[in-house]
Design a protein around this ligand. Structure first.
Ligand SMILES: [Zn+2]
Length: 473
């Protein structure tokens, strides 16, 4: 039976419905995802978004698309400035440290790297140029203190992404901070004139001494690397307003063209049923979980196993279940490599079934729970066949390669077997050493470096932060 060519459907926040995904250029996807603000270690809510984006990218690649992915690093904004000042560390040194930590965490979670990681501080001229376009077209104005604001009343489409209603009263009112509530929708800062609180963080530009607002950073960097209109923009639902709404307004006002064609937003993460917050004692960075001995692949599996548009409740019980799911998957793959029984002729149909079910579910806006259910049905059937010695070497090979191709989408088994994966003990030592360095305890840091060396791990302190590698045998 001929099946129709698979089509991927994605829920587009712009229209609040599932749409068949059609990239602008056939077979090629240009995708932008809001990256980390590098002012602290990324927490598991951040990683829910990053793992979802990774799953989306892997699925599009599985369906034959070539994906060009840009993820920015926000290395200057209200939070990074505040953080670097409170630590008495130059902004670059401060953000490099956390950018490096982010790359390490992302690698440990087997997140495929983006094609480009533009940093905001390296794109100030692009931001200035974009703001100039907005000024020239009358969408922006300078305030008394020399800051430049976007006039939301000049852009009739303002609110089209987050569906907020802008009340007339608010027109002309201004907000200078990067983050604010929907109820406070008003003219927002594109360029912030220097104030003494900014200390030595400013750029001398034709607008005078100052720094960019957070929102303009993403507009300038996405359009630089992906063009004025591109296919997919992804981010967490908490960034839909004001960040993404402002990105749309600035970009479309400047170019007169649509900005991103598809907007995807992942829902919030709860921890043990509650909003994750330091004051509730349920706030976890990825590193906190690693220190507790949690397996990165189980964390990855858990983060991706709930549909991205559902609120996701992270629990340690769930993490245990995720760990056994990953083990079940790697066990069956191991068993298939040794299987050498009689053919029952059943495997071919099972392979077709799981391929179709998994594929149909993922094409349906990444319905991962249905996809995983079909995958584990298949795993159970295959285990039964192996138990009864009813699977031939050739059949086992076919089943193995099917599982391998689906794991390339999930990314939970293949990497677990990579031999350069750092042992937990070594990861702990690296984290401890970073802690020591942070408080300038060089003696401890040096002792830990020696300890790591003895384990075959080389740690280097570069200008970009701490790097490590496994010593070649
Ligand atoms: Zn962004």
């Amino acid at each position: 039976m001929n099946r129709p060519t698979p089509t991927v459907r994605l829920f587009n926040t712009l229209n609040r419905k599932k749409e068949v995904f059609m990239p602008m250029a056939s077979g090629k996807v240009r995708m932008y995802t809001c990256g980390p603000t590098v002012y602290d270690y990324a927490h598991i809510g951040n990683f829910r978004a990053f793992v979802f984006e990774d799953l989306l990218k892997r699925w599009l690649k599985h369906r034959g698309f070539k994906v060009f992915h840009v993820m920015n690093l926000t290395d200057v904004d209200d939070k990074t400035i505040k953080g670097s000042q409170s630590q008495n560390t130059p902004l670059k040194q401060y953000t490099d440290f956390y950018a490096n930590a982010f790359f390490e965490d992302a690698a440990a979670l087997n997140i495929e790297p983006a094609n480009v990681y533009p940093r905001a501080t390296e794109h100030i001229p692009e931001m200035v140029a974009l703001i100039k376009r907005l000024l020239a077209k009358g969408f922006a104005y300078e305030s008394d203190d020399g800051s430049i604001y976007f006039a939301i009343s000049k852009f009739p489409d303002y609110g089209k992404l987050s569906k907020i209603q802008v009340h007339d009263l608010k027109a002309g009112a201004r907000v200078k901070v990067d983050e604010y509530a929907k109820e406070e929708a008003q003219d927002f800062a594109l360029w912030k004139a220097w104030t003494p609180e900014d200390g030595d963080i400013y750029w001398e530009t034709e607008f005078g001494k100052g720094r960019p607002g957070w929102h303009i950073e993403c507009s300038a960097m996405s359009m630089k690397y992906l063009g004025e209109t591109f296919d997919i923009h992804v981010g967490g639902v908490d960034n839909m307003f004001p960040h993404h709404e402002n990105e749309v307004a600035q970009s479309e006002a400047a170019t007169g063209k649509p900005f991103a064609c598809y907007w995807l937003h992942n829902e919030h993460l709860l921890v043990e049923g509650k909003k994750m917050a330091k004051r509730f004692g349920n706030f976890y960075t990825f590193r906190d979980l690693q220190k507790k001995g949690c397996d990165p692949m189980a964390i990855r599996y858990l983060l991706l196993s709930t549909h991205y548009r559902q609120q996701f409740n992270f629990t340690f019980e769930g993490l245990e279940a995720a760990k056994s799911a990953v083990e079940r998957l790697s066990n069956v793959m191991r068993r298939l490599q040794d299987a050498d029984g009689k053919s029952s002729g059943e495997i071919a149909q099972l392979i077709i079934n799981v391929g179709e079910c998994f594929g149909d579910a993922m094409d349906d806006d990444l319905n991962v729970s249905v996809a995983l259910a079909s995958l584990f049905d298949f795993v159970r059937e295959v285990n039964n066949l192996i138990d009864a010695n009813n699977i031939s070497k050739l059949e086992a090979k076919q089943a193995h390669s099917l599982l391998k191709s689906l794991d390339k989408v999930l990314g939970v088994v293949g990497e677990a077997e990579k031999k350069d994966t750092l042992q937990k003990e070594a990861q702990d030592l690296i984290a401890k050493r970073e802690e020591a360095r942070k408080v300038k305890d060089w003696k401890t840091a040096d002792m830990l470096r020696q300890q790591l060396k003895a384990m075959g791990i080389i740690v280097e302190d570069t200008q970009q932060g701490v790097r490590w590698k496994v010593e070649e045998a």
